[in-house]
Design a protein around this ligand. Structure first.
Ligand code: NDP
Length: 282
């Protein structure tokens, strides 16, 4: 197996399989639909939303885009979500984060029907993940699991070290590894000796958001390294949370940045939308 885990290729493969499944659903009269809601003009969010729209089109998924002005009130956004919750053409609702400061993010995420919560952020879906019976898995962690699966590694009894404890990456990915019988350690900004924790990892998952803060020399020889971090350095360069060149020397398999976890996130969003439409189709 190639040492570099090609997220772009794995994601393309998954997207191809989704497109075939969507065709099948359409022949039964069900077109999967994803509503994407963007509030304000954050440039990064605009890029993400347009990527999601293109990915939907390529997979044959109906995408319903709602671009709202930055001064949108919480009540207006909640009214739109209520409408989308009741819209039978819509299987998934995604509200692009971050939201402008006059809007309470948790209130909005909790207003999305758990049955259309393709991002998996609703407390109902978080609870189902914690109890080992997930309905929707959050897209980035789900993509990480698909990449680990691609290496052929069985997580049973393996030491997994997750660096980062956010609700969108660190915590859910740790739970997913736990459900596959790994022994999981979660590290964060107060962890005392990060190097020692990282050194014991058979699988390292980095989701910190600090350029190359995890040093290659910390990596256990042969470890699988999944780098979720996306950090801009200078004008154009993107790097991960792991010192890639040095880590490549020691790792058994490693994801690049860009071209690693990033493309998997959108693939899993489409997958969750397809799954939701399949449930609608019975
Ligand atoms: P957050 O900022 O929400 O969380 C970062 C985590 O890293 C926190 O738990 C924090 O600890 C921990 N941390 C910060 N500094 C250190 C340190 N010195 N040592 C150990 N832990 C530390 O980030 P996200 O989880 O949202 O994202 C993480 C990275 O992943 C970012 O680069 C982001 O851009 C990227 N990302 C990529 C995605 C993709 O599709 N590829 C999708 C989502 C995110 P504490 O809790 O103590 O503050």
């Amino acid at each position: 197996m190639d040492k570099i885990i090609d997220g772009k290729a794995i994601a393309e493969n998954i997207r191809g399989e989704i497109a075939v499944a969507v065709e099948g659903l359409k022949s039964r009269g069900v077109t999967p639909g994803l509503a994407v809601v963007l509030v304000g003009e954050d440039p990064a969010s605009q890029v993400y939303v347009s990527m999601k729209k293109k990915a939907c089109a390529a997979a044959g998924i109906f995408s319903d885009e709602h671009k709202l002005p930055a001064e949108t009130t919480e009540a207006q956004l909640l009214a739109l979500i209520d409408e989308l919750n009741r819209d039978e053409r819509i299987d998934g609702i995604l509200v692009q984060l971050p939201l402008p400061k006059q809007i309470n993010e948790s209130k909005v995420l909790e207003a999305i029907s758990p049955k259309k919560d393709v991002d998996g952020f609703h407390p109902y879906n978080v609870g189902r993940l914690v109890t080992g019976n997930p309905l929707f898995r959050p897209c980035t962690p789900y993509g990480v699991m698909k990449m680990i699966e691609h290496t052929g590694l069985d997580l049973t009894g393996k030491e997994v070290v997750v660096v980062g404890r956010s609700n969108i990456v660190g915590k859910p990915v740790a739970l997913m590894c736990l459900s596959q019988h790994a022994t999981v350690t979660i590290c964060h900004s107060r962890t005392k000796d990060l190097a020692a924790q990282v050194a014991k990892a058979d699988v390292l998952i980095a989701a910190v958001g600090q350029p190359e803060m995890i040093k290659g020399r910390w990596i256990k020889p042969g470890a699988v390294v999944i780098d979720v971090g996306v950090n801009r350095v200078g004008e154009k360069k993107l790097v991960g949370d792991v010192e890639f060149d040095a880590a490549l020397e020691r790792a058994g398999a490693i994801t690049p940045v860009p071209g690693g976890v990033g493309p998997m996130t959108i693939a899993m969003l489409l997958y969750n939308t397809l799954e939701s439409a399949r449930r609608r189709a019975g």
